[in-house]
Design a protein. Structure first.
Length: 413
């Protein structure tokens, strides 16, 4: 009996020891796997109190443009579409207010403001590094064609501006993606130049007019403006930044842009030889041009003359709006990392710029600080702090303070 009891006790101890050993092995394996599943990447912390509240009970509509200037001032442009219960007022030219029903009146018309909240902010707003609003302007004016109000999918937009870019000379460039123009202003809002005319686009071969452009990038050294053109056309087109004279253009893979409809994106078919929606064109320090082909979930890279270099897809099974809304490069001299705004999956992807490979992401869908509802654009200031804006019902500007390079969870693409 005693011998049997001892044998059972010994067997039990052996089982316990085996289970402990197995548990330790599992923990060690998990620890190693976790270690392998991290990567070095830029890290950020959301600043929930930036920017400061807007004055005058102003609110953003869908925010569709973002730029940081040489003074680390943050510029945005929005579309003026408040939610039905947010207020009964809409903005007229240069921030003047008028009743929200019907067609906006002529520039300069004003009416008494009813209610305590809310009013649409002017189209263009400038914030200082502390988050204070320091200037605002925009709207119809003499000498240029401001995009007209539109209605899309039942949503009324007061203006259809899209991207905003402040160049190295402090000029402000706006792309009217429901019209056919790019407008250039001083930082105070004085009109300087218009490229294209509304309603005049003759397609991708037309070098004088644009087809619903999305965004502008300015190469200060070469004095050239690169237009992501865009929603109607399928090309990158380059103009002289002072005169608006056409310089060159290209489509996907550096080929001549075509009016042929590439059809709907299908991740199970060979990738399109044509751009779908050219949503951004950003120039890196080494002179490479990175183009967002949004609906195709694709980034294509070119030399400045349009020579194709390489491409990658991110979350390639994403349909609908697509992934590649906007991108920006980190502030190290080599610009080792590329950050990509994904408006469909509500996150920011981090890529190694060479070999153009996804390594991580941060953020998810939601309305709390640090979450996203359709991040549309992103930009970094000179200190590496990250700013994002959100379109559709996101209607928000956020700041993420740069916390250096650190270990983050790795993401497979």
């Amino acid at each position: 009996m005693t011998r049997t009891r001892n044998m059972k006790t010994g067997a039990t101890i052996a089982v316990v020891i085996g289970m402990l050993a197995l548990t330790q092995w599992a923990l060690q394996t998990a620890s190693l796997a976790q270690a392998r599943a991290t990567v070095q990447a830029p890290t950020y912390q959301v600043d929930p109190l930036w920017p400061k509240p807007l004055p005058n009970n102003w609110l953003f509509g869908s925010v569709v443009g973002l730029s940081v200037d040489s003074r680390d001032h943050v510029w945005v442009v929005h579309r003026g579409n408040l939610a039905p219960k947010e207020g009964s007022m809409q903005a007229g030219s240069n921030g003047m207010q008028h009743p929200g029903s019907g067609t906006p009146p002529n520039p300069g018309d004003t009416h008494p403001i009813s209610g305590l909240c809310c009013q649409v902010a002017p189209p263009v707003l400038e914030f200082d590094p502390a988050g204070n609003l320091v200037s605002s302007w925009g709207g119809p004016g003499a000498g240029y064609e401001w995009p007209a109000p539109i209605e899309l999918a039942g949503v009324k937009f007061l203006w259809s501006m899209h991207g905003i870019t402040v160049d190295g000379k402090d000029n402000v460039w706006l792309a009217g993606n429901q019209g056919n123009t790019v407008l250039k202003f001083t930082r105070q809002g004085k009109f300087l130049m218009q490229i294209g005319k509304n309603g005049q686009s003759k397609g991708n071969a037309d070098t004088e007019n644009l087809g619903r452009p999305a965004e502008v990038e300015v190469d200060l050294a070469a004095n050239e403006a690169y237009v992501a053109d865009g929603y109607g056309n399928r090309r990158v087109i380059v103009y002289d930044a002072d005169t608006g004279k056409f310089k060159r253009m290209w489509g996907a893979y550096g080929k001549p842009p075509s009016d042929a409809n590439p059809g709907p994106y299908d991740p199970d078919k060979p990738i399109s030889q044509s751009f779908a929606t050219v949503h951004c064109a950003q120039i890196a320090n080494d002179g490479l041009v990175y183009v967002c082909d949004r609906v195709n979930d694709r980034i294509q890279v070119f030399k400045k003359d349009g020579t194709y270099v390489k491409e990658t897809q991110v979350a390639k099974r994403t349909l609908g709006d697509g992934v590649t809304f906007d991108l920006a490069f980190t502030k190290d001299a080599a610009q080792k990392y590329l950050l990509l705004a994904d408006g469909a999956n509500h996150r920011i992807w981090t890529l190694l710029r060479d070999p153009l490979q996804v390594i991580s992401h941060f953020g998810n869908g939601g309305r709390q600080p640090g979450q996203f509802y359709a991040p549309h654009n992103l930009a970094l200031d000179s200190k590496g702090n990250l700013y994002t804006v959100e379109t559709y019902e996101g209607k928000r500007l956020q700041k993420f303070s740069y916390k250096g390079i650190g270990s983050v969870a790795a993401t497979t693409n």
